[in-house]
Design a protein around this ligand. Structure first.
Ligand code: ADP
Length: 729
């Protein structure tokens, strides 16, 4: 009973009841018994959608009630704003929520006044590196999706960050939320936390495999779902769910597949709509088209009008939330999605169909089966509490052997154990430098002692591997002048401190420094290529024909590249170099004002990807500018200009205009063509001309003029004149 929970601000139990929470779910009750509202640490390993968020909220509220400050760590930036919005419901209890999403190199001091801060683990790591003073005030930290410490790329950051926060405040309460994993006890051991491990779910879940016209469930029961001639099994399953007025989530393995599936499934959903739904969907499709002027926007609107949608990381944030909301409101009947949706977005559905259980994996060199953990998280999205009698999760098989395999591999299987990836070299490079730079360790022994607080150390039964990775990493850092070693003493150099604060992988920094040192008069393409070939940039893949195209470009513009061009015979290196060139060329096109639509076509990417590359390049070029400044290199101005051009996506002559808020690349070009060429021109030029260039949008024009510092930005006089002219006619 919520009224019996100790430690909460007065009124919270009543508030919970009003928001539909009459009683705690069993895992939540166990968590309260374990003392989460009295400062105790906890690992909660429970299924998706069984109320983990409330466990975290109870812990944070009680910590704040005792005068403390809480931090909620999310795995994806996209989830941060969602969580913040969720926590804002506690405003009535005087709990302020802040979100930390700004760029890396800042300490965001205003967050000191917030009771709960939401941030990604990368952001928290960088706040610690930059010495944000409020970090010392934290009393409670929540790690959402803590099983992601297993992720080779991002896991180590979460692991090291938790270790640092616990070192800063040894009494820190840690609440770690995890999917159901076998070795949650090891995670609890590591964090000195109690463990709640449960399979309880608010809605029953049946899992099974569809084959030969029927779903066979884990309890051996069957449901007939025949597949018509020429029909696809996914369509038959979606149709079958709709017959019972239920919705479906279909998981596929690529964005292209998600879009193609949505197109096909839209023909199924279109037959099940009421007139009223058709009208509402048409309005939603209009909203979606209005978000951006891209093909993705149009494609999404087209399927949405028929009651279906696709969802993947390439979608704009507004698209995503429009789609998620409409699906929750049961207006959209099916979403075909890549697994990002399974990761965190709270979008349950009557039936979940895992269509693709293999995905292309570059490192593996072919199609690789998904992890059990990942598939179970997709399963977990089945069943909407209070709406569905049960949820169904279905895999698809096209022969009997596959059906058996799927039962064994996923239905009857336990998820993989969570395994620390900290000993991987890129992680070590970055985190050792940061640990030294922010003074957490000053000797080799000190480093090893710090690392002893990580999950890696908890799991390793002998530490020789860790020691040898530490030694080779230290050698690397010393050789590249990031770290000085004198006797026992280890300190970061000026360059090392800068690199750590900039949140760069030391290997990226080394590449950039080498490139800039020899650059006399670098061109933008040369600089883009330099940052694109660092390990901090995810490069575009080469598709068929690309090798030839970019090899040609490589010879054409050879003089512009910084550093040695690998020979065509160094197969792998040359290939990577070309991928970086393709990415750099995308950036160059972007700064030559090529339309986003053309870019998505030309490079085979979504608008969200372009944004991602642009943001990363802007950050890396900003870092390059700082490094060049510190090293007193001649190329500083060239680097700054290249960064600005990427930031605004414009040619050189528009830099001044595009720097005015609300202008943007397209409007800057139209203004320029109308003769308004600079910020100063915005302050002086004829308002009617400006309004014309802005296609008559008065509000926009006023905002822009205000931002440009014009004394009287109002468009009233222009309108009055126009009205007078019209009257004279
Ligand atoms: P998880 O984080 O475990 O995936 P959530 O915390 O998002 O799951 O919870 C899923 C849904 O269950 C939310 O809509 C939440 O409001 C609801 N919920 C949580 N706890 C309770 C409860 N005790 N009683 C009723 N509904 C609850």
């Amino acid at each position: 009973n919520p009224a019996d929970i100790p430690g909460l601000p007065p009124g919270v139990p009543e508030f919970l009841r009003e928001s539909g929470i009459e009683a705690l779910y069993p895992p939540q009750a166990e968590a309260v018994d374990a003392g989460i509202t009295e400062g105790e640490s906890l690992v909660a390993s429970v299924p998706t959608a069984s109320g983990k968020t409330l466990i975290a909220e109870l812990a944070m509220l009680s910590s704040v009630e005792r005068g403390g400050k809480a931090l909620y760590v999310v795995p994806l930036r996209a989830l941060a704003s969602e969580k913040k919005a969720e926590f804002e419901r506690w405003a009535d209890f005087d709990v302020d929520v802040g979100i930390s999403t700004g760029n890396y190199e800042s300490s965001e001091e205003w967050l000191a006044s917030r009771d709960i801060v939401v941030a990604t683990s990368e952001k928290v790591d960088s706040l610690v590196r930059n010495g944000a003073p409020w970090i010392d005030d934290l009393t409670c930290v929540v790690a959402d999706e803590v099983h992601l410490v297993d992720d080779p790329n991002r896991g180590p950051t979460l692991e090291v960050t938790l270790a640092k926060l616990r070192r800063i405040n040894p009494d820190l309460q840690v609440i770690a939320l995890s999917a159901t994993v076998d070795n949650a006890d090891e995670v609890a051991d590591w964090l000195d936390a109690a463990l709640v491990k449960s399979d309880w779910r608010p809605v029953d879940l049946r899992t099974g495999v569809h084959y030969g016209g029927a779903i066979t469930f884990d309890d051996d029961s069957q449901r007939e779902v025949p597949v018509g001639r020429g029909e696809r099994p996914t369509a038959a399953l979606v149709d079958d769910t709709l017959d019972e007025d239920g919705s479906s989530l279909v998981f596929v393995n690529s964005r292209r597949n998600a879009e193609a599936a949505a197109r096909r499934l839209a023909d199924v959903t279109a037959d099940h709509l009421t007139d009223e739904e058709r009208t509402e969907l048409a309005a939603l499709a209009d909203d979606i088209e209005g978000v951006s002027d891209t093909e993705t926007s149009d494609d999404l609107a087209a399927v949405v009008a028929k009651g279906a949608a696709f969802h993947h990381a390439g979608l704009a944030a507004e698209h995503r939330s429009l789609v998620e909301d409409a699906f929750r409101d049961r207006l959209l009947k099916v979403i075909s999605a890549t697994p990002t949706l399974a990761a965190g977005v709270n979008t349950p559905s009557r039936r979940v169909i895992v269509r693709d259980w293999r995905r292309y994996d570059g490192e593996f060199g072919g199609m690789k089966p998904l992890d059990v953990l990942e598939v179970h998280q997709m399963f977990g999205r089945a069943g909407r509490p209070g709406l569905d009698p049960y949820g169904e999760a279905v895999l698809l098989a096209n022969d009997h052997d596959t059906m058996d395999e799927l039962f064994e591999r996923y239905v009857h299987a336990d998820p993989e154990p969570v395994q620390s990836k900290l000993a991987r070299e890129p992680a070590m490079r970055t985190h050792l430098l940061a640990t030294i730079s922010s003074g957490f360790a000053r000797t080799r022994d000190g480093l090893l002692d710090f690392l002893d607080r990580t999950l890696y150390a908890t799991q390793a039964n002998d530490t020789t591997r860790l020691e040898s990775v530490v030694d080779s990493t230290l050698d690397y850092l010393v050789a590249n002048d990031f770290v000085d070693r004198e006797g026992d003493e280890i300190t970061a150099t000026g360059l090392g401190h800068t690199v750590s604060r900039l949140y760069l992988d030391p290997m990226s920094a080394a590449e950039i420094v080498d490139g800039l040192r020899e650059a006399e008069d670098p061109t933008p393409l040369g600089l883009y290529h330099l940052v694109c070939r660092t390990p901090d940039m995810y490069e575009l893949y080469l598709k068929s024909g690309d090798r030839e195209t970019y090899t040609e470009l490589c010879y054409e513009r050879e003089a512009e590249f910084l550093g040695r061009v690998p020979s065509e015979f160094e197969d792998v290196r040359f290939e990577e170099w070309l991928s970086a060139l393709k990415t750099a060329k995308l950036l160059e096109d972007w700064t030559r004002e090529v339309d986003e639509d053309r870019l998505t076509d030309r490079y085979g990417v979504g608008p969200g990807d372009i944004r991602g590359k642009v943001d990363t390049a802007e950050w890396l070029l900003g870092a390059a500018e700082r490094l060049a400044t510190d090293l007193e290199l001649d190329c500083v101005v060239a680097v700054r200009e290249a960064k600005k051009r990427v930031q605004y996506g414009v040619r050189e002559e528009l830099l001044d205009l595009a720097g005015v808020r609300n202008v943007g690349r397209k409007r800057a070009r139209r203004l320029y063509e109308a003769g308004v060429e600079s910020r100063a021109d915005l302050r002086e030029a004829d308002k009617a001309v400006i309004l014309g260039a802005l296609r008559g949008r008065e509000r926009t024009a006023e905002r822009i003029l205000e931002n440009a510092g014009r004394r009287d930005p109002s468009m009233d006089d222009v309108r009055a004149e126009a009205d007078a002219d019209a009257g004279a006619d």
